[in-house]
Write a protein that binds this ligand. Sequence first.
Ligand SMILES: NC(=O)c1ccc[n+]([C@@H]2O[C@H](COP(=O)([O-])OP(=O)(O)OC[C@H]3O[C@@H](n4cnc5c(N)ncnc54)[C@H](OP(=O)(O)O)[C@@H]3O)[C@@H](O)[C@H]2O)c1
Length: 255
Amino acid sequence: MTQATAIIVGASSLLSREIAKQLADQGVELALLAQDPDSLQEFADSLPTQVHLFPLQIVETQAIISTLEEVWQQLGGAHLVLVNTGLNSYDPQLPWGPEQDIITVNVQGFAAVCNTAFRLFREQGYGQLAAVNSIAGLRGGPSVAYHASKAFATNYLEGLSMHAQRLKLPITITDIQLGLLDKAAMQQSRLWLSPPDEVARQIIKAMQGAKRKVYVTKRWRLVAWLTKLLPEFVYNTRHWRTKAERLAAKAEGKK
Ligand SMILES: NC(=O)c1ccc[n+]([C@@H]2O[C@H](COP(=O)([O-])OP(=O)(O)OC[C@H]3O[C@@H](n4cnc5c(N)ncnc54)[C@H](OP(=O)(O)O)[C@@H]3O)[C@@H](O)[C@H]2O)c1
């Protein structure tokens, strides 16, 4: 295996496609896993390197494990597995259904992918597992299962990293702590919202620098630091509402 190869799990999102594009521009051969791989065909054809498309059934543990093994065989191994899957939703009534779906995708599916990638890297003797995670995992939050699932991801990745060190294997585990980009978009905050190509550039730089943990974009490190510092009664008063919504709520006499 001379040419660099990368597997992107959850390749249909805008961010994944931007990362795939930038890696392909560097000559990296790609395997892209998406729920509907056919929808990526045109995109794959537009890239300058060899691209293989595979289905992603993250809710069926055995199916995703078999797919990863098949991808591995077809590529003859891989240098990088990047996991960029995730499910999020918010309903103040906290119905169980969406909570269960989030746990299935973000905890069970995530662990199955990372566990399999780690095993394949261990057999290969080297490699890098990177995951797009979220600073939401630093504390609990309104999307209860989502925040908790991101804490699970952080600890799972740390455990794998410790395991690689104990095995004395050159397997790098990179935890990409993404800022709350959706929230920034909702707030139309230009200060915190970075264009996808810049987010992808910082992620690739961190992976190539073999970082263990990185905040993307860099300025979210400050929010992460503050988030950890705030006492719960202050942390719990933060509201991600637009100025107009805040003013309307104030007029109605709500907090
Ligand atoms: N967006 C943000 O503001 C933000 C902020 C911080 C962290 N993050 C993290 O970034 C990662 C990606 O998030 P995103 O916002 O880019 O999400 P996204 O655009 O919705 O992409 C999520 C990916 O997960 C896949 N996925 C979701 N449910 C699935 C299922 N049941 N089966 C198979 N695949 C499934 C999607 O595949 P399909 O498209 O094929 O359904 C998609 O590729 C997540 O880990 C998220 O926590 C995002």
